[in-house]
Design a protein around this ligand. Structure first.
Ligand code: E4P
Length: 221
């Protein structure tokens, strides 16, 4: 399972990239709006820091505007994946971009039918937003299960990228289902690393070692 970070925060990206945990990045206009720096500068910097795929989203909603933005965003780096909203014009753009050798990530997917459409159009990634479905009283993980099964039945090569992840259990469930990628807000990656028994165990190892040092003042190893 690949782990992408769902953020435009450069500090978090550097922190987790240095641990070797970042296979890629997803951003969106809301995530960019939360940062102080200029969005174009942030996007350039992310593409420079992270070696894996970086999804940068278009804000146009017509075929022409999406194509024009896609070409501009692609110039930021080879690893740019153009994020296109699930719209009829968007699917036209996905098809054309695929013909041009440009990878796409179809975003704002809330049904298995939308995922099938995106895959047929030629998307490299399809992003079901599971947390938002959970918020609306539906089961987001059921959608992931349906998409993974349909893609596997027909050997679709489009990657299922689980988005709008809200907690570590979403990651475990997505992994059990066999989703290709999960994209996580940085705090969830932090939570995946932590366990109270790890903290407790380390505190007691260190306390016991202090006793050993007291009993053996000249201890060296
Ligand atoms: C995915 O690519 C999106 O950026 C993201 O996961 C949206 O999640 P949200 O529902 O937390 O805004």
């Amino acid at each position: 399972m690949k782990i992408f970070l769902d953020t435009a925060n450069l500090e978090s990206i550097k922190k987790y990239n240095d641990m070797g945990l970042v296979d890629g990045i997803t951003t969106n206009p809301t995530l960019l709006s939360r940062e102080k720096e200029n969005p174009a500068q942030i996007m350039r910097e992310i593409v420079r820091i992270v070696k894996g795929p970086v999804s940068l989203e278009v804000v146009g909603t017509t075929y022409d505007s999406m194509m024009e933005e896609a070409h501009r965003l692609k110039k930021y780096g080879k690893n740019v994946v153009v994020k296109i909203p699930m719209l009829p014009d968007g699917m036209r753009a996905v098809k054309k971009l695929k013909e041009e050798g440009i990878e796409t990530n179809v975003t704002l997917v809330f049904s298995a039918n939308q995922a099938v459409i995106a895959a047929k159009a030629g998307a490299s990634y399809v992003s079901p937003f599971i947390g938002r479905l959970d918020d609306a009283g539906q089961d987001g993980m059921t959608l992931v299960r349906e998409i993974v099964q349909i893609f596997s039945n027909y050997k679709f090569t489009t990657n299922v990228l689980v988005a709008s992840v809200r907690h570590p259990m979403h990651v475990i469930e997505a992994g059990k289902i066999g989703a290709h990628v999960v994209t996580l807000p940085p705090d969830i990656l932090g939570k995946m690393m932590a366990h109270p028994l790890t903290d407790k165990g380390l505190a007691s190892f260190l306390a016991d070692w202090e006793k050993v040092k007291k009993e053996n003042p000249n201890l060296s190893f």
